[in-house]
Design a protein. Structure first.
Length: 276
C-alpha cells in the first residue's frame, strides 16, 4: 500500500517537475546566448535633484528582450545569471555600456553621473577592479561620474569587501549602498566601509503621504539624520507622487528617483526627453 502511494505521488508530480526543470534549463541556455544575439538592453532611469528637480544622472537598469517571452524583468533573470556565473560577463557588459552611454551624454551635459548595480557575485571574481578600470578607460569618463551601487549583502558576505571597496574608491568612483533598510547592515558597517551615499529602499517610500508626524515619515526622517551624520548623501527611490517628493525635500534628502519623474527608458528616449 505504501509503495503504491509513493508510486502515485511520483506519477503525479514528476511531469510538473520535469517541465519546471526544462524551463529553467532552457532559460539558462537562452540567457547564455542573449548577449551574442543582442537581446540585452540597458535602460536608464533619471535621478533628479530634490530641490531643483534638475537631472543629475541616471541609474542603468538591464532589460532582456526574450524572443518568445517578451520583456523579461531583471528580478527574474539576475538571480539566474548569478547562480550560473553569467553575471560576470553580463556585469562587465553593463559597466562598459553604461559608461559609453554616459560618455555620449557628457558631450553636451558633462555634469551627469551614471549609477550601475553590482551583484555580490561580481565581488568574487578575481579582477573586478580591472573590469571597472577598463570601462572607465574605454569610455573616457571621469571616475567620479561613475557610481557603483552595492547591496548590504556585499558588506556582510564578501571576505575582503573592505579592501575591494577601498581599491574602487582609489580609482575615484563613488559607492552607493542600494536598497538601504532591507538588509542587515549595522551602524558599524555604515561607518567602516568607504561609502559615498545611501539609497533608501522604495518600500520605505510606500507609506509616505507627507503627514508630518506619520510613522513612515518619522522613519525616513531618522534615516536622513543617520546618513547625514555619517557624511552620506541620500537618494530616495520609488518616489511616485508630489507629496512624497515634497516630504523628502523638506527633510533634506538630496536626490529623488521614481515614476513621478520617469520610468526607466531606452537611451534614445531618455536623450530626447531630458537632454535636448
Ligand atoms: P534596484 O537597483 O533597487 O533598482 C530600482 C528598481 O525600482 C528598478 O526595477 C526600477 O524600475 C524600480 N523603480 C524605480 N522607480 C520606481 C517607482 O517609482 N515605483 C516602483 N514601483 N518601482 C520603481 P528594475 O529595473 O525592475 O530592476 C530590479 C532590480 O534588478 C534592481 O533593483 C537591481 O537590483 C537589479 N538590476 C537591474 N539591472 C541590473 C544590472 O545591470 N546588474 C545587476 N547586478 N542588477 C540589476
Ligand atoms: Mg540600484
Ligand atoms: Mg535600489
Ligand atoms: Mg530597491
Amino acid at each position: 500500500y505504501h509503495a503504491k502511494r509513493t508510486g502515485t505521488h511520483v506519477a503525479t508530480y514528476q511531469p510538473d517537475l520535469l517541465r519546471q526543470d526544462t524551463a529553467v534549463i532552457s532559460l539558462e541556455a537562452d540567457l547564455y546566448r542573449a548577449q551574442e544575439r543582442g537581446e540585452l538592453e540597458l535602460f536608464h532611469q533619471p535621478i533628479v535633484h530634490a530641490q531643483t528637480r534638475a537631472l543629475v544622472g541616471t541609474e542603468a537598469l538591464i532589460r532582456w528582450h526574450h524572443p518568445r517571452l517578451g520583456l523579461v524583468s531583471p528580478a527574474q533573470f539576475i538571480p539566474l545569471a548569478e547562480s550560473t556565473g553569467l553575471i560576470l560577463t553580463i556585469g562587465a557588459w553593463v559597466l562598459r555600456q553604461a559608461c559609453m552611454h554616459l560618455a555620449e551624454w557628457h558631450r553636451t551635459h558633462p555634469h551627469l553621473s551614471v549609477s550601475v548595480n553590482l551583484s555580490p557575485r561580481q565581488f568574487w571574481q578575481p579582477d573586478l577592479i580591472g573590469t571597472v578600470r577598463d570601462a572607465l578607460e574605454v569610455s573616457g569618463i571621469p571616475p567620479e561620474a561613475l557610481i557603483l551601487e552595492i547591496t548590504e549583502g556585499v558588506l556582510m558576505d564578501i571576505p575582503d569587501a573592505e579592501a575591494t571597496l577601498r581599491a574602487l574608491r582609489d580609482l575615484g568612483v563613488r559607492l552607493a549602498l542600494d536598497d538601504f533598510g532591507t538588509g542587515y547592515s549595522s551602524l558599524s558597517y555604515l561607518r567602516r566601509f568607504p561609502l559615498t551615499s545611501l539609497k533608501i529602499d522604495r518600500s520605505f517610500m510606500d507609506g509616505v503621504t507627507g503627514d508630518d508626524q506619520g510613522t513612515p515619515e518619522n522613519v525616513v526622517r531618522a534615516v536622513m539624520l543617520l546618513a547625514h551624520a555619517l557624511g552620506l548623501s541620500v537618494t530616495s527611490e520609488g518616489v511616485e507622487n508630489e507629496a512624497q517628493a515634497n516630504f523628502i525635500r523638506s527633510v533634506n534628502g538630496e536626490l529623488l528617483q521614481g515614476y513621478l519623474f520617469s520610468r526607466p527608458l531606452p537611451v534614445q528616449d531618455l536623450t530626447d526627453t531630458f537632454l535636448r
